[in-house]
Write a protein that binds this ligand. Structure first.
Ligand SMILES: [Zn+2]
Ligand SMILES: [Zn+2]
Ligand SMILES: [Zn+2]
Length: 440
């Protein structure tokens, strides 16, 4: 069947349906926006949707937009458009969804009517340019952190997971072990509008939003980038850091860096951000602990009681004891674990995940872990030099804010702990003997 197209003799008011009206599997519907089509406009009639007679006639314009009319065009309103090149141009248009299905064999399912990668910024480097290749993942063009988009648990909007098993730490502000087991998740619940639409309207509710200048996001304390229309954002939940402590240190995957401490100490990293586990059941642990105790006090046959043999025995016993005491499973990094704010960093500084404080939760017996962060700067002298200079170690492991010298020395008012900075943080400090040495 040859395509049917029209050229308007007079102007016509059409409606702009939402994408979801056309793809009927989506239950979402926006209020229709009116589009005035001037005389001379070209319209290509789109096939009707099955036998649904209440479905209004839909047309596509030369720019690809789809509009609908209350009733089919009449001879008085429009003439047939018959020019073969005009028809070829109108019918050559393909929507993104059509192109991807026809050329790549994939159906595009929109997680939300707002496109996540036009709204978010990379939590590791603040990047706003993202790449998708290979028909699957999306990653940050700057630091190569990877992103996966999911539906929320039933609300309109989207959830995004960010993982960093293959990212480039040198391009990021957060230095982490490359791990499959840690991740960040943000959730954006749809506020009913398009945050990219920077026009003031009757739903604008913020005092700082005016027709001359709409209120914009600043990107500083939000998973969303700067420059979005702030009134139309729904509920936005910041990136949450969680998962499991990485346990398998794979030299090929992680490489190593040297941490330079101000007192001259050097340390290999990210080795310190891994925790060894023993994989033991409770019975195994008892047996290995007993073996360690037995070995420590016995002199096995064939051992001459000279100093070297005894030292070897003691080392073995100590190793068995240490092995038995390791966590049996990878410790849990709870939802919303400390992810210090990038606004606390000076130019050139980065956060480095140094190590973990391990503690057993009372109820479930699982080992829990809290990250200990350092602030570092790049100490590389040349291109392949991989050294970080530690400049501060005062990021509170309980609240993520820096601890100053005076805060460290202040006494907590026991009756009003909220009046003292880090008033609620000190139990954790004491429990782990956490003590900053490099404060502001
Ligand atoms: Zn990035
Ligand atoms: Zn507004
Ligand atoms: Zn604190």
């Amino acid at each position: 069947m040859s395509p049917t197209a029209y050229i308007l003799r007079q102007s016509v008011a059409a409606k702009r349906p939402s994408r979801w009206d056309i793809h009927a599997r989506y239950a979402m519907r926006l209020p229709d926006a009116t589009v005035d089509l001037p005389a001379g406009t070209w319209l290509l009639a789109l096939p009707e949707a099955g036998d649904n007679h209440s479905y209004p006639p839909h047309y596509r314009l030369a720019d690809g937009r789809i509009v609908c009319l209350d009733a089919p065009l009449t001879a008085g309103q429009a003439d047939p458009l018959t020019d073969p090149q005009a028809l070829a141009a109108l019918t050559a248009y393909r929507s993104l969804e059509q192109t991807v299905e026809e050329d790549w064999g994939l159906q595009v399912e929109h997680v939300d009517r707002n496109a996540p990668f036009r709204l978010i910024q990379c939590p590791l480097c603040d990047g706003t340019e993202f790449v998708t290749v290979g028909f699957a993942g999306v990653w940050c063009d700057r630091c190569q952190a990877e992103f996966h988009v999911r539906h929320t648990a039933g609300d309109p909007g989207f959830a995004v997971d960010c993982t960093f098993a293959h990212y480039q730490p040198t391009a990021a502000r957060y230095l982490l072990p490359r791990s499959d087991e840690l991740l960040l998740t943000m959730v954006c619940k749809n506020g009913g509008g398009d945050p990219l639409d920077l026009t003031h309207n009757q739903h604008c509710h913020r005092d700082d939003c005016t027709a001359a200048q709409v209120a914009l996001t600043d990107g500083r304390a939000s998973p969303l980038r700067a420059g979005l229309h702030a009134c139309v954002l729904g509920d936005v939940y910041d990136w949450s850091f969680y998962g499991r402590v990485p346990t398998v240190y794979n030299h090929d995957q992680h490489g190593y860096y040297t941490l330079l401490w101000p007192d001259g100490q050097e340390e290999l990293w990210p080795r310190s951000a891994f925790v060894n586990v023993n994989g033991f059941r409770w019975e195994d642990k008892q047996k290995v602990t007993s073996a360690a105790a037995l070995l420590a006090t016995s002199t096995p046959a064939g051992y001459s009681p000279d100093f070297g043999s005894l030292r070897y025995r003691d080392e073995l016993a100590a190793f068995l004891k240490e092995w038995a005491q390791r966590p049996s499973h990878p410790p849990v990094v709870g939802y919303r674990s400390i992810w210090p704010k990038r606004s606390q960093l000076q130019e050139g500084e980065r956060y480095l995940l140094h190590r973990w404080l391990l503690h057993k939760e009372k109820d479930d017996g699982w080992m829990q872990a809290s990250p200990v962060w350092l602030v570092v700067t790049d100490a590389a002298q040349e291109k392949y030099d991989r050294r970080w200079r530690v400049v501060r170690d005062n990021i509170c492991p309980h609240c993520g804010r820096p601890v100053s010298q005076s805060e460290w020395e202040s006494q907590v008012n026991e009756k009003r702990p909220w009046d003292t900075p880090h008033g609620y943080c000190r139990d954790l400090w004491a429990q782990h003997n956490w003590q900053p040495t490099l404060m502001d």
